[in-house]
Design a protein around this ligand. Structure first.
Ligand code: VGL
Ligand code: ZN
Length: 211
């Protein structure tokens, strides 16, 4: 069984959102088109409590982009984003831009991550300390999924870590490159992330190659 895994297609990651991914809006039509080709569509949502420790505002004298040590893990600090229940955390539905509205009808399962205030979770499978499990792996095993087609935001964070964990868990992974956009705190972060995913076993494809 194959499944389409949509990573964090939420308002806050689109231009105009709290943590805008450059051209993040361009992947929404790609997702809407691809969903028609899959029997199983799953999505992750970044879903933080208002006091999440990845928010720069929770730390005195810190700003977004700074890196701190948080409970033994290196943590990039971000603007406040994807707060549980907020418009920013909702699936892409930018005001007045119908073309960039995610069609959610076909999404059968949503995995919420980053819900614990003290630890971030870029991957849809485990938190950044690899301690707690979101249940996504169990869900996919019950559904007998062996192949994951992965796309979304952001290439260099949540797409990357979700894909690397999926590879470790032995899923066959296809990264839909035109369905991803990166934050690029450093200009080549997305490029490096794609190369790493490929080196670790992901197959790169474009949405046109998905049949
Ligand atoms: C993400 C930074 C912080 C992502 C989530 O979805 O890639 N990036 N939270
Ligand atoms: Zn986040």
């Amino acid at each position: 069984m194959k499944a389409l895994l949509l990573v964090d297609l939420q308002n806050d990651f689109l231009p105009g959102g709290a943590l805008p991914v450059p051209q993040g809006d361009e992947v929404i039509p790609v997702a809407n088109r691809l969903m028609e080709k899959f029997e199983l569509v799953i999505a992750t949502k970044d879903w933080h409590p208002a006091n999440h420790q990845s928010f720069a505002a929770m730390h005195a004298m810190r700003k977004p982009g700074d890196v701190i040590q948080l409970h033994g893990l290196s943590q990039v600090l971000w603007p406040i984003h994807c707060v549980q229940g907020s418009h920013g955390a909702a699936f892409a539905c930018p005001e007045g831009r119908q073309a960039e509205r995610l069609n959610t009808n076909k999404i059968q399962q949503i995995t919420y991550k980053g819900t614990h205030p003290e630890v971030d979770s870029y991957s849809g499978f485990f938190d950044n300390g690899q301690r707690t499990n979101t249940g996504l792996d169990d869900y996919l095993r019950v559904k007998k999924v062996e192949e994951l087609y992965i796309m979304g935001l952001a290439t260099d964070y949540c797409v990357k870590y979700t894909t690397l964990d999926a590879l470790k868990l032995s899923y066959r992974c296809f990264l839909i490159t035109d369905g991803c956009r990166g934050v690029n705190l450093q200009a080549d972060d997305s490029e490096k992330a794609i190369r790493e995913m490929q080196q670790k076993g992901a197959t790169l494809i474009t949405s046109d190659q998905v049949v």
